[in-house]
Structures are given as C-alpha cells and as structure tokens.
Ligand binder design. Structure first.
Ligand code: NAD
Ligand code: LMR
Length: 326
C-alpha cells in the first residue's frame, strides 16, 4: 500500500492514476492507495476517490481517502509526501518554508508511529530537501536511508534538454547528475553523461561541442525550469513532477539498469566532501530496494564550486527551518 499526502492537489491528482496503473511499482503489483488531505479539501478528495473507483483500475485493490493523518499513514510501505503549499510566480522555493516545514514535523511522528517498519519516504513538497531533513530529524526511528526527496524531476529535465539540443531520443541519454538542492542553486552536471549512438556510447560534451552552452545556458535552463513552468501555466509543474516521483520510487524499489545512475536527494554521508547531515542530491544506483551513492567520479574545479554553493544553501535552509519551528 502507499500513502500520497496532499492527494486533492495538482500533483496528487496526476499521481494517483499513475500509481493505480502500475507506473510506480510495475504492472504486476497490486496497490492500495491511502490519500490524505486537510479538512477544507475533504470534499475534493472524496471526488478523487470517486474517480479512482470509476476508472476501474485492475491493480487498485483499495482506496482510503481521509483527513486523519494516522489513518493515512497506518501500514504504508511507501509514502509520497506532496502535501503543502506550492510557490507562486516570483517566489523562491524556500519562501514557502515556514508553512511547509511545520507540516513535515507533524507528519514525521505519524509516519514513525504508524507506517510499516521499512517504509520508504519520498518528499516532493518544497523546499523538498529541507522538508525531508525535518521529517528525518523528527522521526528518528525511521532509518535515514529510507527518507529521500525528489530531484528526479530536475534529472529528467536535464535529460530532456540534452535530447532536444542533440535531437536524439531522451531514452538514449543517461548519467546526467543533479547535485544538491532542488532549488535554483542545484548543479546539473553533464561531465559523465553519455548518449547511445550507432557507434557506441559517446560523452555528451563530445557530441554537443559547445562547452559555453553546457556551462551556462543549459545549467540555468534546468535550474529555472520550475519557475518557467509557473510563469507559463500560472501553476507549478504537476504531470512532470508526478511522473518523476513514479520514476524515483520505481527505480529505488526495482533497481536501476546496469551502468545507469539516477539522481536522488538522500542523507549525506560526507561523500564528495558534501557536509554530512544534509539531504543532498547525489548520483545513485539502486539494487534490492537500497540506494548507494556512486563513488569515484572526478569533480573538476568548476563543478567543485557549484557542489559547495548548493551545499551552503542547504545549510542555511536547515538553520532557517529550525528558526521557523522554534
Ligand atoms: P497544490 O496546492 O495543488 O496541492 C497541495 C495539496 O496539499 C492541497 O490539496 C492541500 O490541501 C494539501 N495540504 C496542505 N497542507 C496539508 C497537510 N498538512 N496535510 C496534507 N495535505 C495538505 O500543490 P501541488 O502543485 O500539488 O504541489 C505540492 C507541493 O509539491 C508544493 O510544495 C510544490 O512546490 C511541490 N513540488 C515539488 C516538486 C519537486 O520536484 N520536488 C515539483 C513540483 C512541485
Ligand atoms: C518544480 O521544480 O517544478 C517545483 O519544485 C515547483 C517549483 O516551485 O518550481
């Protein structure tokens, strides 16, 4: 069973049918959906439940729609946390900090007490890394390996930009990296990324042949993509966020293909000299339901500065989060 928190919102509405179709856990895995929202959204949430029944998804074995966080969290194996407030045009993601971190503090205890023992948690709501960190700190009995945040959307955005630029299939591009925060300081790194070509795998840098574009416009486009979507839609991204959340859980549970890594926001152990104790996006491979940070990648001077800058922002956010909770 899963729990999708904030299910009556935009991402929730896009995400629940994907889960019920088997996009997240595979076409052979039956699912029971637990959906939580707050009382003002109870009626809308019930409407989503009605639509889930109406869609007659073969894999969907049950739906719990509730405004009771304990009922929502009880027995769940996977928790996708999307509840919270999205930013509007002109805001940075940390501007929604004070509203959202307190939600994650209280949901931490419900998950800790009532979720299945090995529950995997994905925090989507912004500021995603810091909300995940607060959830971790206020749910000390959940193993830290089980608490992650979504940067797969940024990872997929980077794949999409390379695919458009080179006019190649997005499925032939791999091993981009998102380092750090799901914010405008994130570092989308293509130094180890490759494209499958008829002549074998080629480095992205060799094919793009334009380091100026890769070192500037490409990076800012990925960093600012969330803001560009808000500007265009007057709403923040939802279908791409939901789809990327499915990718994140899918690969975490079912494994990454041989030779391929993905980006996940995970609890830093000090790898790549990133301060331990932050939820930071790293390249990871997954096997048997566990992620592992890819080790030994070379980091040039340009990259080093960018890894440090986004780590600094996360340290500041952590302090700000604690001041909001005080
Ligand atoms: P939304 O406003 O459409 O939906 C959020 C839902 O959460 C609403 O139904 C609201 O009632 C509910 N909610 C509020 N407080 C809650 C609580 N305490 N418990 C349970 N539910 C609660 O927003 P959205 O567009 O679905 O976005 C959700 C969050 O995801 C936002 O913070 C947004 O910024 C973030 N986001 C993150 C990424 C990412 O890549 N990490 C991508 C897109 C959006
Ligand atoms: C995104 O990246 O699209 C989301 O985090 C929404 C936002 O505020 O940018």
């Amino acid at each position: 069973s899963e729990c999708v928190v904030g299910s009556a919102g935009q991402i929730g509405y896009a995400l629940v049918p994907m889960i019920a179709r088997g996009v997240m856990l595979g076409p052979d895995q039956p699912v029971i959906l637990h959906m939580l929202d707050i009382p003002p959204a109870a009626e809308a949430l019930n409407g989503v439940k009605m639509e889930l029944v109406d869609a007659a998804f073969p894999l969907l074995k049950g739906v719990v729609a509730t405004t009771d966080v304990v009922e929502a969290c009880t027995g769940v194996n996977i928790a996708v946390m999307v509840g919270g407030f999205p930013r509007k045009e002109g805001m940075e993601r940390k501007d929604v900090m004070s509203k959202n971190v307190s939600i994650y503090k209280s949901q931490a205890s419900a998950l800790e007490k009532h979720a299945a023992a090995n529950c995997k948690v994905l925090v989507v709501a912004n500021p995603a890394n810091t909300n995940a960190l607060i959830l971790k700190e206020f749910a000390p009995s959940i193993p830290e390996k089980n608490i992650t945040c979504l940067t797969r959307l940024d990872h997929n955005r980077a794949l999409g930009q390379i695919s458009e630029r080179l006019n190649v299939q997005v499925s032939d591009v791999k091993n981009v990296i998102i380092w750090g925060n799901h914010s405008s300081t994130q570092y989308p790194d293509v130094n180890h990324a490759t494209v499958k070509t008829p002549a074998g795998e080629k480095p992205v840098r060799e094919l793009v042949k334009d380091d100026a574009w890769l070192n500037a416009e490409f990076i800012t486009t990925v960093q600012q993509r969330g803001a560009a979507i808000i500007k265009a839609r007057k709403l923040s991204s939802a279908l791409s966020a939901a789809s990327s959340a499915c990718d994140h859980i899918h690969d975490w549970v079912l494994g990454t293909p041989e030779g391929t890594w993905v980006s996940m926001g995970v609890y830093s152990d000090g790898s790549y000299n990133v301060p331990a104790g932050l939820i930071y996006s790293f390249p990871v491979t997954c096997q048997n339901g566990e992620w592992k940070i890819v080790q030994g990648l070379s980091i040039d001077e340009f990259s080093r500065k960018k890894l440090d800058l986004t780590a600094d922002e996360l340290s500041e956010e952590k302090a700000l989060a604690y001041s909001c909770l005080a």
